[in-house]
Ligand binder design. Sequence first.
Ligand code: FES
Length: 86
Amino acid sequence: MAAWPCFAPPQTTYALDNACPHKKGPLADGIVHGSAVTCPLHNWVISLETGTVQGADEGQVATYPAKVAEGRIYLDAAFLMQRTPA
Ligand code: FES
C-alpha cells in the first residue's frame, strides 16, 4: 500500500494499493501531480481519488480511506477488515 498526504488545499490524504494495474509497478515511487500519480515504469496515470487509470489506458487500483493526525497516516481499520483478501 502507498499513501500520500497532500498538504495543498484541500489537504486530502490518499491511500492506494502499491501495484500499478498494468505490470505491478511501484506506485509509491511514482510522481504525484495534482490528484493523480504517474507510474514510474510506463507512465500510466492513476487517480488518487478513485484509483481509476486515466486517459486511453484502462485499469483500477483499490483505494482506502486515510487521514493524517499528529504526523502519522491512519487508515480506517473497519474498512480494511471488510475487504476481501485477493
Ligand atoms: S507498470 Fe505501471 S505503467 Fe506499466
